[in-house]
Design a protein around this ligand. Structure first.
Ligand code: ZN
Length: 485
């Protein structure tokens, strides 16, 4: 090559490269349509977040090696390789995620958050004994606004620490819970629980449910991260008239409705005796089943009930830790998934788990159904991880906002360190996330584009203060409780 032709060749390469950059810039502009800024040909984003692996839960591009996302207005505006994102976007904050995996935040589909303050209060008891003789009396005595404020903060701290970005809270004092969620930056479906007998602050169903409806009216559309909802405790603790009232109000105010269903064999027998129908059939007879409903547990549906759940589009939240601890049984998760039921994962309250750690729920969901079916191919790792992210989002009807890493979804994502001994070496990132990772591996948590935890440091909550207040409430409970266990 002569000196002259080398010069021409270099010029040609320069032109081709420039054309490519302009072209790729145009592709990204077309994809995101966001704030194009000519400086350096890069668009402005608030945040760039990367990882050695981006596990998207999006079938179109499942795992991207050396990937990243760009975030603007709390939304994911681009998903690609890190090189392409860095070439197309500039941001005030970049979290490159070296040695990390970037994935959607976990979605805890069933919890009673403030019950963390009853963690370890009464263990190794049957559900009815545990509820009637320990939990309900303790709630009647101790649950008030301050209890929920502190308990909710403790729960949010634990959930952020473990990479949960959205949770369902079925408990009391929902305004207090909503304020805590608002301040700490998480996303939550808040569903005050209504039941047919006295509960903290209420004489029975009528005043509890009227308050819940008022809560829904007060919070609906107020904060995009807080989704107010209704909750009826269970078919054996809420009369048919009240269940009908609950679904009617949920339709009227266009909010989700959650309920515990078919948790134990005792419940199935009880409902059968009273209403001559199994729990799911009983709800069907009342016209209760529809996509806005999501049911926790569903340990004992029969085959025709599983088909009915799929047909009606009802979401189901599997809580393997709680079902094992209370010896409720093994939910037929493989059969429900096969039938097309929307199945998500939850922890249940920390009094029956005893943590809000979704990683444990993921691992149990992947393991126990192998054991009960004697088939190691049942609920493979990818399915278990999907249940904890997109599966829960689908069950809650939130899959158009959360549950995956995809352009247009909210930026609810987490980064996990992959450098710990229990994650070394690495052959398959999804295998590690399901069978080896735990809550302490979560490094950074982002919800709606806001960083809530960075390098394991909490940015929106004060852990020391929460610990002091939680221990002080526990001292009161200890001082005035009869000896338990
Ligand atoms: Zn529950």
């Amino acid at each position: 090559m002569t000196r002259q032709s080398l010069k021409h060749y270099k010029l040609l390469v320069l032109c081709v490269c420039t054309a490519f950059l302009i072209f790729s810039g145009q592709v990204v502009i077309a994809q995101s349509n966001y704030n194009f800024n000519n400086r350096g040909g890069k668009q402005k984003a608030e945040l760039i977040v990367g990882g050695d692996f981006v596990v998207t839960m999006n079938e179109a591009q499942p795992v991207i090696q050396d990937g990243a996302i760009a975030v603007a207005d709390g939304k994911i505006v681009a998903v690609d390789t890190k090189a392409k994102i860095m070439a197309s976007y500039r941001a005030n904050t970049t979290l490159p995620g070296e040695g990390m995996v970037l994935m959607p935040g976990l979605v805890n589909g069933h919890s009673h958050s403030a019950m963390v303050l009853f963690r370890g209060l009464a263990d190794d008891l049957a559900l009815q004994d545990w509820l009637q003789n320990y939990i309900f009396p303790a709630e009647a005595k101790f649950v008030d606004k301050n209890f929920v404020r502190v308990g909710e903060q403790l729960a949010c701290w634990e959930m952020i620490r473990g990479g949960t970005t959205t949770f369902v809270d079925m408990y009391f004092e929902p305004d207090v819970a909503a304020e805590v969620v608002n301040k700490c930056g998480l996303r939550a479906v808040i569903a005050p629980s209504s039941i047919d007998f006295p509960s903290p602050g209420f004489k029975g169903w009528d005043d509890a449910f009227a308050f819940a409806v008022d809560f829904v009216k007060r919070w609906k559309g107020k904060n995009s991260r807080i989704i107010p909802a209704l909750a009826a405790h269970a078919p054996y603790t809420v009369s048919p008239e009240h269940l009908t009232q609950a679904i009617t109000a949920a339709r009227q105010y266009d909010v989700p409705l959650t309920i515990h269903v078919a948790e134990t064999q005792t419940e199935v027998k009880d409902v059968q005796q009273r209403y001559n129908a199994t729990p799911v059939q009983h709800l069907e007879n009342l016209g209760f089943l529809e996509p806005r409903v999501f049911a926790a547990h569903m340990v004992w549906p029969n085959e025709s009930e599983i088909a009915l759940l799929a047909k009606r589009g009802v979401g189901v939240i599997h809580n393997p830790d709680s079902n094992l601890k209370l010896a409720s049984g093994f939910a037929p998760v493989p059969a429900m998934l096969k039938a097309g039921v929307k199945v998500g994962l939850g922890t249940d309250g920390a009094a029956s788990n005893n943590t809000l750690d979704m990683w444990k729920a993921i691992r149990l969901a992947a393991l126990i159904h192998k054991g009960t079916s004697l088939d190691p191919t049942t609920v493979p790792a990818k399915t278990a991880l999907r249940m904890a992210t997109l599966g829960s989002a689908e069950a809650l009807n939130l899959a158009d906002k959360i549950g995956a890493i995809k352009v247009g979804l909210r930026a609810d994502v987490i980064q996990l360190q992959l450098t710990e001994p229990h994650l070394t070496p690495l052959y398959n990132v999804i295998s590690h996330l399901v069978y080896a990772a735990d809550a302490s591996d979560v490094d950074t948590v982002i919800v709606d584009g806001q960083i809530l935890m960075r390098e394991r440091k909490m940015l929106t909550l004060d852990p020391d203060q929460i610990r002091i207040e939680a221990n002080s409430i526990a001292e009161n409970i200890k001082a005035s409780s009869r000896p338990l266990n």
